[in-house]
Design a protein around this ligand. Sequence first.
Ligand code: NAP
Length: 509
Amino acid sequence: MGDSGQRTQLGVLSQSTVRKRSSDTSESDVQGVSKRRGCRNALDAFLQNRVENMRNNASPFGSCHQGVHGHSPQSQSIMSQSGVTKKRRGPNVDSLFRKSDSGTMTNQNKENRTPDTGVQHRGRGLSIENQIRSVSKRNGRGLGIEKQIQLAATTNQHNILNGKQASSSHYDCAGQRIGEKSRTMTNEGTIPYYGGGAAALKRVETPVPTPQNDEVLIKLEASSINPIDFKVQNGLLRPIAPSKFPFIPVTDIAGEVVKLGSDIKKFKTGDKVVAKLQDMSGGGLAEYAVAKENLTVARPPEVSMDAAALVTAGLTALQALTESALLKLDKNYPEANVLITAASGGVGHYAVQLAKLGNIHVTATCGARNFDFVKNLGADEVIDYKTPEGAAVISPSGRKYDAVINCTTGISWSTFEPQLKENGTVVDLTPGAGTLANFALKTLTFSKKKVVPFLANCRCENLEYLVTMVKQGKVKSMIDSKYPFSKAEDAWTKIMSGHAVGKIIIEYS
Ligand SMILES: NC(=O)c1ccc[n+]([C@@H]2O[C@H](COP(=O)([O-])OP(=O)(O)OC[C@H]3O[C@@H](n4cnc5c(N)ncnc54)[C@H](OP(=O)(O)O)[C@@H]3O)[C@@H](O)[C@H]2O)c1
């Protein structure tokens, strides 16, 4: 980590996102029933459980820590998203499980108002120095004014160079809102700013984070992007995540430990690791990041930096199979049949390989172009999701499913239900309101066939298991594409397309 020079980073233009409600096809299945008191109670209990998990353990995907702490003389390059947060409210179905794919969200530029005066700003307002002083004050970091000016100048320069981004309102987003949010973060009624896709990521420069006692500082070799990253950008987990703006997205990283918190026992500097950062504060689209020791796993020499791909996608596949579908991968299940939808994607491609560890018969859905890819992962039967049989998830051999690991949206319970065995379970990775209501109903009525909403939870032992499987050559991370950090925006665009085959990696050199 001897490299202590200042570097250029990516930040984000803030854009407001107005949610457009989308209908969940499975919702119709339970219409009228979902309002029953029992359903509401079970649903509330599920949500309460998840919210507690997110608050205590920081997020549905892992435990909390600050992505950036204090400051050091060194600086790093990061990509972050700036914006304004809204005062936190109690989460509900909408806020936790809102559909937020680009197709179901509408971005709109909202008027940029200071909360105290209501004055609109268009290319004016706080001076650059004052904007950055505000940020520094809010972050309690006390950056030197030289760096503050440089940070602002870098950000604004980037906007101007980006052509359309240099329009007055966007220019304001990058500049004015940085200053504005430092004064309005906790103000009731402040409009949140989300969305913007790759164009909203801006290079900015920040101090290298300082690890807290239970954290390690990691110099990144690679990070891996997941759909949840752009969904958080779009406001899926608002108001819980991002916990504050500017926000550095991405949580799955691999790299080398370069500094230890005072309580660290498991690692020494120079260790190669893979780690999960928290969804609330992100931090993984940067050259350096701090990770909790208990969410960091040693990476043996046989396991490359591509192990960053394992974190969210691998953990999700593993936990969906073992904890929600209750399959044991060290057993032999020749009779079991599992359907894995979107088997060509990040989660699906791990799920196929993991299921085969238990000798489970795997039926997979994917596009025709990915048939060979999915068969080579070990799938026994493959269905083209664009055909009528694929849409109906009917197994070519006529087998019913013990479990479905559903990695897609848009397939209703009424489609899955006839294809399930008597005790069949659908594990829904993208649960909408319909799934939640259905889950409550099935639970209350002790239904044998059921749907289970799923949220991954990062646990070290699970990540260690996955790293071991990779080391032993039993699981492979199939990489769709690799991008240098300088082209991270292209990686963002690719993951948002929804057509990655395997995983997307960003490399840091
Ligand atoms: N609940 C959780 O804790 C959790 C955790 C991780 C992920 N997830 C969610 O799970 C979903 C999958 O994640 P991922 O990382 O695997 O996504 P991904 O890598 O972006 O998935 C892309 C792949 O899905 C395929 N695909 C898209 N629609 C399909 C359909 N209807 N049928 C079959 N294949 C389809 C695409 O193939 P084509 O190009 O041929 O369309 C592409 O290969 C995402 O929505 C993600 O947010 C949830």
